[in-house]
Design a protein around this ligand. Structure first.
Ligand code: PHE
Length: 452
């Protein structure tokens, strides 16, 4: 039996389609919402340096490993491990990924719901003439509420499920293709507006001038978690997508290109946010609400701001959708292939379950804000557990699997597409996968947990 043949699975039709879908998964709220607020909480520049080092040293190798497992295994995150390592416990990495997918989908839909609310606020011109304080108050009033945050969260989850129901190729490829370049253009315009605001210089130095005094093991873990979250790695999303990639595509190039695009967009978001934070006298460590309290101020100061605000929040919603579908797809691919459920049933069940957990995330900013476990409310707890623990642990096991369990001839065969491409840097890659990446991830993870 050839494990790497393309059987009759649904797949990505073109190289451009894969890049778009993978970049669509990677680029999302992680870049524009999460990255700035984590940078803000972590003291700025020094965090950015560590983050970049993690993307290069760990992110790209883990991404390539996931693609390798998926394309070799030709199955979902769990099934690929079962197939490549029969009767071994490696499939538990897939199980962990499915758990992480549920958690992330739950809190992701909370924030995507906020984004939808801001589409509607932008449409009704709700930011016009408001001071930074009033814009802040508007956000507080909204996100501590019950009805609207939940309604928008359900709306977002329903959109995600609807796209998934229309199938891999048509569903994912079609939406990702056209719209992301527009988001980039818009971010550039917003960044230009932000850095020309009076008092914005402080923001740029916050982002780019490293202050190593701000670094402790918690910050290093946050950088690791953010790198994994932003690249969509560590939970089998890219194993699943890898299984849809055809043999004639070069996995190494795709990994590098997607990681680069993802990182550039995060930095671009940072350049739009931090100058504005300082120019408007706001607090960079404001937490998950950061973009919602900062960006409306920028739109106010832009010619055509009404129009830009609408387009921006719509595009952000779409960026969030191309990520959330990749998360739901992990669960649905598992349920259809391993549990033999119909795609329809699987999608509806998974989306409903994630929406149910999502209710608690959404309400943890209002009704349930006093319900905490070790100082974190439900939202914080799910985010921390999934992003900072499960993704790095998943990534650790994934590089160990590819570095040590798979034979290096199999890895070379997959990465070179059976000799079609030169596997440049192969020796370096194997060294990183065997030693550097697992040791680095383990140190960061176990150190911050107090295990070592
Ligand atoms: N990378 C996505 C983002 O930046 C989120 C995501 C995480 C998607 C994990 C898939 C898996 O928004």
């Amino acid at each position: 039996m050839s494990l790497s043949g393309n059987e009759s699975r649904d797949g990505f039709s073109s190289r451009f389609g894969i890049i778009c879908a993978t970049a669509g998964s990677a680029i999302g709220l992680g870049n524009i919402w999460r990255f700035p607020y984590i940078v803000g909480e972590s003291g700025g520049g020094a965090f950015l340096l560590i983050y970049l080092a993690f993307i290069l040293l760990l992110g790209i190798p883990v991404m390539l490993s996931e693609f390798t497992i998926g394309r070799r295994g030709q199955r979902n995150a769990l099934g690929s491990f079962k197939r490549l390592a029969p009767r071994k416990p490696w499939y538990l990495v897939g199980v962990m990924g499915i758990v992480a997918a549920f958690m992330i989908l739950a809190f992701y839909s909370t924030i995507a719901g906020w984004t939808l609310e801001y589409v509607s606020k932008a449409l009704t011109n709700a930011f016009a003439g408001k001071s930074p304080e009033e814009i802040n108050l508007m956000f507080v009033n909204f996100h501590t509420g019950t009805f609207w945050p939940l309604l928008w969260q359900f709306a977002f989850m329903a959109m995600t499920a609807w796209i998934i129901l229309s199938g891999v190729q048509k569903g994912i490829e079609k939406y990702a293709k056209v719209l992301m370049p527009f988001l980039v253009v818009l971010l550039v315009i917003m960044a230009l507006r932000a850095i020309t605001l009076p008092g914005s210089g402080e923001g740029l130095s916050f982002l780019f001038r490293p202050n190593f005094a701000a670094i402790d093991s918690g910050v290093v873990l946050a950088a690791l978690g953010q790198a994994f979250f932003s690249l969509s790695i560590g939970m089998g999303t890219l194993i699943t997508y890898g299984s849809y990639i055809r043999k004639e595509n070069n996995l190494g190039n795709i990994s590098v290109e997607v990681s680069l695009a993802d990182t550039l967009i995060a930095i671009l978001a940072g350049v739009a946010i931090f100058p504005a934070v300082f120019a408007f006298g706001l607090d960079p460590a404001d937490g998950p609400g950061l973009i919602f309290t900062v960006l409306p101020n920028i739109f106010q100061q832009m010619p055509g701001g009404y129009f830009f605000a609408i387009v921006f929040f719509v595009l952000l919603t779409i960026a969030a959708l191309t990520s959330s579908i990749s998360i739901l797809e992990v669960v649905v691919a598992y349920m259809t292939e391993e549990l033999k459920l119909s795609r329809r049933k699987a999608t509806i069940m998974a989306a409903m379950a994630a929406a149910f957990v999502g209710v608690f995330c959404t309400l943890s900013f209002g009704l349930l804000q006093d319900v905490t476990i070790s100082g974190l409310h439900v939202f914080g707890l799910l985010d921390f557990t999934a992003s900072n623990l499960l993704l790095p642990l998943g990534g650790l096991l994934i590089v160990l699997f590819v570095g040590w369990y798979l034979s290096s001839s199999v890895v070379r065969d997959e990465i070179s597409s059976g000799g079609m491409f030169k596997a440049r840097f192969f020796a370096v890659l194997m060294f990183v996968l065997k030693f550097i990446a697992p040791v680095a991830i383990a140190i960061v993870l176990f150190d911050s947990l107090g295990i070592i």
